[in-house]
Write a new protein. Structure first.
Length: 349
């Protein structure tokens, strides 16, 4: 990676230079953590050796060795957490979209609840996020919304949310107070921008402009500055309305479209590999990944990991950290199974 900086034209691309520098700093930090851990363990071993010799300083040596081991344990826990982020794009910014599914006005209200849950989680975790598109529902809630998120391991932490989310509750829109089941879809992609290696032909695009909705001031609400781009071959639709000019919104929407098409290609390739291996446990789009039950009992359950949380309201208030971590653990275990299977296949077993 250091050699990249000597390539012709490297420094003429500031975005690439920043990304390479960021990745290099991350690798150097990891190496430093391993070196520090090894040094602490070596120091603890020396101190325990001194304690075994007895004498007046034995008690002090044991205390220092215990401190070194406690610090080493903390460093090891951090390294264990870092090992969960092995994905190629885990360090990338993320694009998160929420779409109302089956369930009518209840589903649109549910989509808005999910958006609020993610906004609270992102704010609590110190992420920077921007709402770049929102389409309100006719009666309540929203039909769709898109956030862009930047911060440490943004995509790695939010990948867990991709899929269909199911809500069971007494509908506030039903005069007879009946229990309703609603669905909303969440799509998450790493933001690649102009780095995404996808070819987009102009004839494959349908570009519509419309008047922005929601907050944004007089300019946003009185001009057709918002842009909607439909990629006809795949049906992928992206929208952007937060910029002041139509040209800026179009440029931002194209960056997001490139990211989504790159992610779609990656997921299709992975699905093909899973089909070859005979794997059937991929919780992709169109399959429920998590249920949030408010009636007749309270339970949030992730279908993939099996994690259950009784305090659903806490989850809906943005406390999804345990769900994210359990997914990362599940993802790593799944990756290790795949790696072992591939190794066995390569060896002819």
């Amino acid at each position: 990676m250091r050699g990249a900086s000597s390539e012709p034209g490297f420094w003429s691309d500031p975005e690439r230079a920043r990304e390479t520098g960021r990745r290099l700093a991350g690798h150097e930090s990891l190496i430093a953590a391993f070196d520090g851990l090894a040094q602490r363990l070596e120091d603890a071993e020396v101190l325990l050796g001194l304690a075994d010799e007895g004498g007046a300083e034995a008690e002090e040596a044991i205390a220092e060795a215990s401190e070194e081991l406690r610090t080493a344990e903390s460093v090891l826990a951090d390294l264990e957490l870092s090992s969960l982020y092995f994905g190629e794009y885990d360090d990338r910014p993320a694009i998160l979209s929420v779409h109302a599914g089956a369930g009518g006005v209840d589903a649109q209200d549910w989509a808005e609840m999910l958006l609020r849950m993610y906004q609270r989680y992102l704010s609590d975790q110190g992420y920077r996020w921007q709402l770049i598109q929102i389409t309100p529902g006719e009666e309540a809630g929203l039909k769709s919304a898109t956030l862009t998120i930047t911060g440490e391991r943004a995509y790695g932490n939010l990948e867990s949310e991709r899929g269909v989310h199911r809500l069971v509750r007494i509908s506030p829109f039903d005069a007879q107070n009946r229990r309703h089941t609603s669905f909303a879809g969440v799509d998450v992609a790493p933001e690649m921008g102009k780095e995404a290696e996808v070819e987009i032909n102009d004839e494959d695009l349908r570009i519509d402009t419309y008047r922005s909705t929601g907050a944004g001031g007089q300019h946003v609400n009185t001009t057709d500055s918002a842009v909607r781009i439909t990629h006809l071959p795949t049906g992928v639709v992206v929208q952007c309305q937060n910029e002041r000019s139509q040209l800026q919104n179009r440029s931002r929407a194209m960056d997001i479209l490139r990211s989504r098409l790159a992610e779609l290609t990656r997921r299709r390739r992975q699905a093909e590999l899973d089909a070859i291996r005979g794997e059937q446990d991929e919780a992709g789009w169109g399959r429920q990944i998590r249920s949030y039950v408010l009636q007749p009992f309270q339970l949030c359950k992730d279908v993939r990991t099996g994690l259950e949380i009784g305090d659903v309201h806490r989850v809906l208030d943005g406390d999804i950290g345990p769900l994210v971590e359990s997914y990362l653990q599940w993802r790593r275990a799944r990756h290790e199974r795949r790696t072992r299977a591939e190794s066995a296949s390569a060896e002819g077993y």
